[in-house]
Design a protein around this ligand. Structure first.
Ligand code: BT5
Length: 265
């Protein structure tokens, strides 16, 4: 069923979100949010779509966003430049906000650094943060969230690695209530960010992350593979790994992916 945006707006309690713009169909909510004219952009503005015809993951990967079956949305932020080195935390905040909302449905999921929510090792949600520069510095941050809600099945390409809330709960999920909770949670976490309580965010992530103290393989963009044990999430949202060689190395989100086969969550 189509998202009833009026119900969502009527139930929003937090003051952080000035407006939610709903579209039946868009290429990508992130693309729309990034291209929106400065004069209509406000911090906390949310774009939600019924479907995305060109939903994007990281590195230009495809994000399947079938009509009315998920929550496909972007939150626009205008964070202070002085916290630029902390912007990776905004992706972590997106995942924490969704995870907390689905906990209320009695679903215990795990976070996979930097941008996934997994349930029994299958992907339930992905977060993609993108930036728009103005005059050489980052002016706008767009946090895109894709959450599988009411799908009964996935196409062959991703069916073994994906799951929806409905498949977990065996019942249809109310998207309006869920969206309100996610945005309330986001507003709370973003407040912590603004108040520079970065360690609360990273500590919470570490608690919910399935990878802490696990042996993993990190694939970097230069095709290099690193093997080691996850030991920390730094204050900047990087993954800190103790490599098998004994040396410690930190990774930033954009550069690496975690080899799925190395994870036993
Ligand atoms: C992500 O990328 O997980 C980020 C996904 C962000 C999507 C949101 S939706 C609203 C906003 N607007 C956008 O255009 N994007 C954001 P990544 O870690 O690169 O994972 C992408 C991979 O996940 C793909 O290559 C597929 O293997 C898999 N995948 C694609 N669609 C999926 C789905 N619906 N559920 C689970 N896995 C999926």
């Amino acid at each position: 069923m189509k998202l009833d945006i009026k119900v969502v707006k009527d139930n929003m309690k937090n003051k952080f979100i000035p407006d939610i713009k709903y579209f039946d169909s868009v290429t990508s909510t992130n693309e729309l949010a990034l291209n929106m004219e400065d004069r209509i952009v406000k911090e906390g503005l949310v774009i939600v779509a019924g479907e995305q015809t060109k939903g994007r993951g990281r590195l230009q990967r495809n994000w399947h966003s079938p009509k009315n079956e998920g929550l496909w949305m972007s939150i626009i932020l205008l964070p202070e430049q002085k916290n630029k080195d902390k912007y990776a935390l905004l992706t972590l905040i997106g995942a924490l906000s969704v995870q907390k909302a689905i906990k209320d449905l009695d679903i215990n999921s795990t976070l996979k650094w930097p941008n996934d929510i997994l349930y029994e090792n299958k992907k339930l949600c992905g977060v993609l943060s993108q930036f728009k520069s103005v005059g050489g510095s980052i002016g706008r941050v767009v946090v895109g969230i894709g959450l599988n809600v009411n799908q009964d099945k996935f196409n062959d390409e991703i069916k073994d690695s994906s799951i929806s809330l409905k498949m977990i709960k065996n019942e249809k999920i109310n998207k309006e209530k869920l969206l309100v909770k996610i945005l309330d949670n986001f507003s709370n976490y973003y407040n912590m960010f603004k108040n520079e309580k970065f360690n609360i965010i990273t500590e919470r992530w570490k608690k919910e992350m399935g990878m802490l103290h696990q042996n993993i393989i990190v694939n970097s963009l230069d095709k290099e593979k690193y093997k080691g044990k996850v030991i920390d999430i730094t204050e900047n949202g990087e993954l800190k790994v103790q490599l098998d060689s004994g040396e410690n190395k930190t990774f930033i989100a954009g550069d690496v992916s975690i080899d799925k086969n190395s994870l036993k969550l």
